[in-house]
Design a protein around this ligand. Structure first.
Ligand code: CA
Length: 226
């Protein structure tokens, strides 16, 4: 688990870093708010950010707000200012938790694990929802979007559902009956040509005629990309 510690005071940061490393965390320290934002801007990612509000270069609340604008990483505000106003403002700016100095190390570790746990499943759902179809195509079943080289490909509802069904198990053959049942209706008695029309539209819109393969006499499958 990667933790970014934003703290200007060496007397607090150094033992904290040592303790967190001892607990198995991968710790990065930034002594200034600007340094922390630069790290995020240059592509560093963290699982949890510990943010001291009393920083010499920037107001801690402003750092918190800017962190929020840049990433979803949970932020635990660490502050000597323990009054209720700070607590509320910190949480309103998007901090996930609030620890008041002096804090117990065990308590802090427990809070780090708790916020990481809360945000963890969301992230993994996001990752699971995205399937790389090869050829620059990605389907995101969570946002119901298909991207080709980062550009959204507009699909109808049925076209999307059909692609999502096949993408759930690339390379597996889906029978026409199963596809009609799942994407259309459990009691679909209409012309099965509807399915062929939708497959043709998908191949055309995705700009990749080979992406959906016909399994003769059976149905269709999604091509497995190398
Ligand atoms: Ca400080």
């Amino acid at each position: 688990m990667r933790v970014l510690v934003i703290e200007d005071d060496d007397a607090i940061a150094e033992p904290l870093e040592r303790g967190l490393r001892h607990e198995g965390f991968d710790v990065t320290r930034a002594a200034l708010g600007g340094d922390a934002l630069n790290l995020i801007d240059s592509g560093s990612t963290f699982d949890v950010v510990l943010l001291d509000l009393g920083l010499p270069d920037m107001d801690g609340f402003s750092v918190c707000r800017q962190l929020r604008e840049r990433s979803e990483t949970p932020v635990i505000v660490v502050s000597a200012r323990g009054d209720e106003v700070d607590r509320v403002v910190g949480l309103e700016l998007g901090a996930d938790d609030y620890v008041v100095k002096p804090f117990g190390f065990r308590e802090l570790v427990a809070r780090i694990r708790a916020v990481a746990r809360r945000s963890g499943p969301e992230r993994s759902t996001e990752e699971e929802a995205r399937v790389d179809l090869g050829g620059g195509l990605v389907i995101d079943t969570r946002s119901r979007r298909v991207l080709r080289s980062g550009e959204e490909v507009p699909l109808t509802r049925k076209e999307f559902d059909l692609l999502a069904l096949l993408a759930a198990d690339p390379g597996a053959s889906f029978t026409r009956e199963l596809i009609l049942e799942r994407v259309w209706d459990p009691h679909w008695y209409g012309p099965t040509k509807t399915l062929d029309v939708h497959v043709a539209a998908l191949r055309r819109k995705l700009g990749d005629p080979g992406i959906v393969e016909t399994v003769r006499g059976v149905g269709f499958r999604l091509r497995v990309h190398p």
